[in-house]
Design a protein around this ligand. Structure first.
Ligand code: TA6
Length: 300
């Protein structure tokens, strides 16, 4: 079912006390409540906006100035970047990070399982008229929301030619003070430094942030951990089907220019994005699928 009014979604998929649907500025938002966690998902872009295990500060951060309006990218949560990452390779007029994140996804299933609530969304060529679809492709996103969070982005090539895509789950994590966090798991990985005009380097030790950071780590397949001494927690980021990890914080000046990060918002978020970008873009053979999976959990 596509994004009709929330009451129709509620009638079809609502689960009293677990899953409900609401209108927020013309965007249908799914509200998930569970003993172990709460979450909100915008139907637009099938974009998880917030996830907070019970008793914790939100692990997935949503800007206090996020704009919810049809066709407007939502600042925070987990934007789905597909079928390209960053600016389009040849058409600067096309939206940054592709068109999936502002498209009207279809909700296929809701499963209120005991330990988590599972949802399945789909995006098909007919859903985004005029978008430069990479031939006959279909996208699905499965989420499992509980004390942990799992997401799987599945690209299906329904065409007769190989399909090359760039993609990422562009996840905004909530932190106590970004100047105090350490991001482990990227030691020794080559990276492209977008702040330094694309200069390439090799990561030495943990990633720390004391200014604008915008790096694409390549051949990065290990778990990452965000060590947050202020909130006294470690967020583990496991992944499969992803060779790139992007680390981004806009810092003060760029955040101020963006206008939807909020007062000092940049101090309370860091993006650690799992995907396949730049040298790591993937080619999906005709008739086959590519699966990008992430698992987020909180330790300590
Ligand atoms: O993932 C980092 C990045 O590519 C940055 O360069 C910055 O553009 C960020 O994504 C946010 O992009 P957006 O289009 O959501 O403003």
């Amino acid at each position: 079912m596509h994004d009709p009014d929330p009451s129709a979604l509620d009638a079809r998929f609502g689960v009293p006390g677990r899953v409900s649907f609401h209108d927020v500025n013309g965007i249908a938002v799914v509200e998930i409540t569970h003993a172990a966690a709460s979450a909100r998902i915008a139907m637009q872009g099938a974009q998880l906006m917030t996830w907070a295990p019970t008793g914790m500060e939100p692990v997935i951060w949503l800007s206090p100035r996020a704009r919810l309006a049809p066709g407007v990218a939502i600042r925070g949560g987990v934007p789905v970047c597909w079928p390209w990452f960053g600016p389009h390779a040849s058409e600067p007029s096309l939206p940054s990070h592709g068109f999936a994140r502002t498209a009207p996804w279809e909700l296929l299933q809701v499963e209120p399982a005991p330990q988590s609530t599972e949802l399945l969304f789909r995006l098909s060529p007919g859903d985004v008229p005029g978008a430069p679809w990479p031939q006959a492709a279909e996208l699905q996103l499965r989420l499992a929301i509980g004390a942990g969070l799992e997401m799987e982005l599945v690209t299906r090539n329904r065409g007769d030619r190989p399909l090359t895509i760039g993609q990422a789950l562009h996840t905004y994590f909530g932190v106590g003070d970004v100047r105090r966090v350490r991001i482990e798991g990227l030691d020794g990985c080559p990276y492209i430094d977008k702040v330094a005009g694309g200069r390439r380097g090799i990561q030495r030790g943990a990633v720390t942030i004391d200014g604008e950071v915008d790096r694409i780590y390549l051949d990065a397949t290990a778990d990452c951990v965000i060590d947050d001494p202020v909130l006294a927690r470690r967020i583990r980021i496991a992944k499969r089907g992803s060779r790139s990890t992007v680390v981004w914080n806009p810092w003060a000046d760029k955040a101020a220019k963006m206008g939807d990060v909020g007062e000092n918002g940049y101090l309370h978020m860091v993006c650690v994005e799992s995907g396949n970008v730049a040298d790591d873009v993937v080619t999906v053979a005709p008739g086959s699928v590519h699966r990008l999976w992430v698992g987020y959990s909180v330790e300590g």
